[in-house]
Design a protein around this ligand. Structure first.
Ligand SMILES: NC(=O)c1ccc[n+]([C@@H]2O[C@H](COP(=O)([O-])OP(=O)(O)OC[C@H]3O[C@@H](n4cnc5c(N)ncnc54)[C@H](O)[C@@H]3O)[C@@H](O)[C@H]2O)c1
Ligand SMILES: N[C@@H](CCO)C(=O)O
Ligand code: NA
Length: 436
C-alpha cells in the first residue's frame, strides 16, 4: 500500500497517437493535476514496441521500454493504449489481478471481453474506466454510467466514427474521392491502425455494443451488432442525397422494445435540418432519448490524439482520486438478460438506387416486383444521370431511385435481389435507410 502522499504511479502502455498525447497532458499539467487529485501522480513507465522510434520533447526517454509487463507490474493505474483484442486483454487482466486500476480507450477489447473485464475489476476491488472508447473526447460513457443511472434509456443514435464522418463530409462538401478523404483522415490520426474497421463499420459497432451494454444494463457484445459500412456509398448516392436536401451519415443505433435490444450500424439518409446533419468532419455526436430526462445530445471531437487523450486523462484523474480516498467507482452490472431482437422486427423506409437500361416498360417491371413482395413505394426519381456505365450495353443508362414506405429489411433485401435479376437492371444497387 502506497503512503498517503506518495505519488500515484501511472504506467502507459502505448506511445502512439493517443499514448504520446496522454503523456504530454500528464507532463504539461503535472502540478495542476496534483492539486485536482490531492496527491501527486507520476509517469512510472511507458511501454511501446520500439522505444527508439518514440521521440517527443515531453517524453523522458528513460521511461520508455519494450518490456510491457514491467510497466504493468509497477503502476497503480495502468493506461492501456495499445489497441486490439490480443495482448491488450492479457495486460489489462494482469494489471487488475495485480491490484492496479485500468484506464483504456480500447473499444474493441471492451466490446469483445467486457463482461470478463468488468468482473475482474469488481473481484479485485479496482476501477476500469474507458471514457475515450466511445465518442473520443465527448463525455458519454460517464453520463451513461453515472448521470443517467436513475433513468430509463429508450434508445441512442450516434455518429461515433470520426473517420467515416470525415470521409462522407469531404465527399459531400468538396466532392472528394473516397480514397483521398480516407488518406487525409489517416494523416490526421482519426483512423485505426487498419482503417478497414472504420470504413466497414466495425469500429462504430464496437461502440454500439458498449453503448447498448451501458444504456440497457445487459450484455451486448460485438457479435450481437449488425454492421454495414460505407464502402458501397458512391458519388451518385451522395449527389442524390444532396439533390433531395439530405446527407448520408454512418449511424450507430441502439434501442430496446418488446422483442429485445438491438444494436446496429448502418449508413442513413438524414434531412439537412436534422441536428445530426450538422455534425461535420471528424466530430461525433450521440443522441440519447431517456424516459424522464427526455432528449439529450452529446457533441464533440470523437477522434484524434489530443481530444482522445483529454478523455483518457480525465479518467486517470478520476481513478487517482478514488485511490487517494481509498474507494472505487461504480461497478458495471449487467443485471438484465434481454434477448437480441431479430432483424425481421426492424422496420424502416429505404432509398434504393438501381442502374437501369433506359427502355419503355422498365419502371413497370421493377415496380411489379416491389408490389409482388408487398413493399410499398413512396417516391420515384429518375432525374439524376449516373456516373457509372455498363460496358456491355450501347444504350442509355439511367439511375432509378425508389424510396419505400416502412418495410422490414429482410423483405426489402429479398425484393432488391429479385429486381437485380431482371435483364434491364445492371451494376450494383445501393440500399440506404431513410431516417424520419
Ligand atoms: N486514434 C484515435 O483517434 C483514437 C480515438 C479513440 C480511441 N482510440 C483507441 O486508442 C487505442 C490506441 O490507438 P492509437 O491510435 O494511439 O494507436 P497507435 O497505433 O498510434 O499506437 C499504438 C501503440 O501501442 C504500442 N504497442 C503495440 N503493441 C505493444 C505491446 N505489445 N506492448 C506495448 N506497446 C505496444 C505501439 O508501439 C504504439 O506505440 C486503440 O485502442 C484505439 O482504438 C484511438
Ligand atoms: N478510428 C476511430 C477513432 C476513435 O475511436 C474514429 O475514426 O472515430
Ligand atoms: Na467519450
Amino acid at each position: 500500500m502506497a503512503e498517503q502522499n506518495a505519488p500515484i504511479r501511472v504506467g502507459l502502455l502505448g506511445a502512439g497517437t493517443v499514448g504520446s498525447q496522454t503523456a504530454r497532458l500528464l507532463v504539461e499539467q503535472k502540478d495542476e493535476l496534483a492539486q485536482r487529485i490531492g496527491r501527486p501522480i507520476e509517469l512510472s513507465g511507458i511501454a511501446c514496441l520500439d522505444p527508439e522510434e518514440v521521440d517527443f520533447p515531453w517524453i523522458d526517454k528513460s521511461l520508455l521500454t519494450s518490456d510491457t509487463m514491467s510497466v504493468v507490474k509497477n503502476a497503480d493505474i495502468v493506461v492501456e493504449l495499445i489497441g486490439g483484442t490480443g495482448v491488450a486483454r492479457t495486460f489489462v487482466l494482469e494489471a487488475m489481478n495485480n491490484g492496479a486500476s485500468v484506464v483504456t480507450a480500447n473499444k474493441a477489447l471492451l466490446a469483445k471481453y467486457g463482461p470478463e473485464l468488468y468482473k475482474a475489476a469488481e473481484d479485485n476491488d479496482v476501477d476500469i474506466y474507458f471514457e475515450a472508447a466511445v465518442g473520443g473526447a465527448i463525455p458519454i460513457v460517464r453520463p451513461l454510467r453515472e448521470s443517467l443511472v436513475g433513468d430509463q434509456v429508450k434508445d441512442m443514435l450516434g455518429i461515433v466514427n470520426g473517420t467515416t464522418n470525415y470521409i462522407l463530409d469531404e465527399m459531400t462538401t468538396k466532392g472528394l474521392d473516397f480514397d483521398i478523404a480516407l488518406k487525409d483522415a489517416q494523416a490526421k490520426g482519426y483512423a485505426e491502425a487498419d482503417p478497414t474497421g472504420d470504413i466497414e463499420g466495425h469500429d462504430a459497432a464496437n461502440k454500439a455494443a458498449i453503448m447498448a451494454t451501458l444504456g440497457f444494463h445487459t450484455n451486448v457484445g460485438i457479435d450481437d451488432v449488425t454492421v454495414e459500412g460505407i464502402t458501397h456509398i458512391t458519388a451518385d448516392d451522395i449527389a442524390a442525397a444532396t439533390a433531395e436536401g439530405k446527407v448520408v451519415k454512418l449511424l450507430a443505433v441502439v434501442s430496446k422494445d418488446e422483442h429485445g435490444v438491438s444494436a446496429r450500424v448502418y449508413p442513413a439518409l438524414i434531412r439537412n435540418e436534422h441536428p445530426l446533419a450538422s455534425v461535420r468532419g471528424s466530430f461525433n455526436a450521440v443522441f440519447v432519448r431517456a424516459e424522464y430526462a427526455d432528449d439529450l445530445m452529446f457533441y464533440g471531437r470523437g477522434a484524434g490524439g489530443a481530444p482522445t487523450a483529454s478523455a483518457v486523462v480525465g479518467d486517470i484523474v478520476t481513478v487517482a482520486r478514488h485511490i487517494a480516498s481509498g474507494c472505487t467507482g461504480p461497478a458495471i452490472r449487467m443485471y438484465n438478460d434481454y434477448p437480441i431482437a431479430p432483424l425481421s422486427t426492424s422496420k424502416a423506409a429505404f432509398a434504393v438506387r438501381f442502374l437501369i437500361h433506359d427502355n419503355p416498360g422498365v419502371l413497370a417491371q421493377i415496380s411489379a416486383v416491389f408490389a409482388k413482395n408487398g413493399v410499398s413505394i413512396n417516391g420515384v426519381n429518375q432525374d439524376l444521370k449516373p456516373t457509372l456505365k455498363d460496358p456491355g450495353y450501347d444504350g442509355e443508362i439511367q439511375q432509378l431511385r425508389l424510396v419505400t414506405h416502412m418495410t422490414d429489411e429482410t423483405t426489402l433485401r429479398a425484393t432488391v435481389a429479385e429486381v437485380c435479376e431482371l435483364d434491364c437492371v445492371t451494376g450494383e444497387p445501393s440500399i440506404i435507410r431513410v431516417l424520419d
